[in-house]
Design a protein around this ligand. Sequence first.
Ligand code: URA
Length: 436
Amino acid sequence: MRAVDIIIKKRDKKELSGEEISYMINAFTDGSVPDYQMSSFAMAVLLNGMTHQEITELTLAMAASGDQLDPSEFGGNVVDKHSTGGVGDKTTLVVAPIVAACGLPVGKMSGRGLGFSGGTIDKLESIPGLKTDLSTEEFFSHLREHGIVLTGQSADLAPADGKLYALRDVTGTVQSIPLIASSVMSKKIASGANAIALDVKVGRGAFMKTLEDARELAEVMVAIGNLSGRRVIAVISQMDQPLGVAVGNALELKEAIEMLHGRGPKDFHAHCIDLSAYMLILGHKTKNLQEGREMAQAALDDGRAWQKFKEMIGAQHGDLGFVEHPEKLPQSRYVFSINAEKSGYIKTVDAQEVGESSVMIGAGRAKKDDQIDPAVGIMVRVKIGDKVEVGQRMFDVHVEKESDFEIVFEKLKKAVEITNEPVEAPPYFWDVLGMN
Ligand code: URA
């Protein structure tokens, strides 16, 4: 087989066989298919799509590109969550400790930023010393000892996804149902979780812009999960505007720490509680959403989730002084505000514009090997439906250089639309799949 023939076949909108897909993935993993051919393949998939059979083959080939963990010693109850990517989505940092504090082992492999969306590992790495490249043995020993582990994608688990993810980030090939579904589910299958809560984002700041596409992505992922013997629930959640207030790595970590103390934005709180509740349902701690919410809230209220978070950070060699005193976390040199130019009601806070702005000031990557700046980011002070007065603060932009603020000033101003008529706040969630 030759990679170029497989690329041409997909370019010409033909269905690939399982062997062709496996060949492509294996050869990419071992380096014999170079980045430029894989980028071209990814673009052909993005433009021409894949059948459900092809997506399943792609997922399984990627899951099989490295080790596959077997967490059977935990009694079939290891739960995991994964978001398809949004702006200001620091949910994992709160949900994983809540659920672990409720007695369910949470073993999670998280990603880095992708395009305009942030990544949990980049956020966590604002903590000095924190180890996010745990080996398979370390992953299991942390899970056994602490009931919680949050690690980056190690070279041994779904390495094909690790390589492809980094390539997609910088080649305009993120927004594709087959590529997102296989990326998410290959990692989940390889890391062995028995049950997975998927958070499928939809809206301006998500890779899926329409409810129809989000539902299709959710359905494909639930089907692949079930096919490989996993219990899966997918929520479809609103991502027209950023989640919470903070966008940017250390800023988001601080907001997550606040939430672990029971303080923080309403939308982010609701998101954390519901996602935790779905994970508790998946892990058979409860059958009922309301009871799951109460269990999650109790773990926040009595400090168990915060203790669990600190236990995890300490176990992964993070400097606890920085989470106990978040004011020590990286801080940018300047903070500039952008204020409302008229009074009225907030109709739009375009999460994609905010996410792209945060990348432009250094919170994300433009090229694969770019270093991110943990200190920079944007605090979004308005939500859709809010009433604002002229001069009211809408954004605080945390930057290292004044010129960075100038680069994003117009873009951020345009991200917000203010109207004279009242606007209804959108729901947090649109739908839930896989509950039965
Ligand atoms: N999250 C992933 O793990 N992969 C994607 O492609 C998008 C979001």
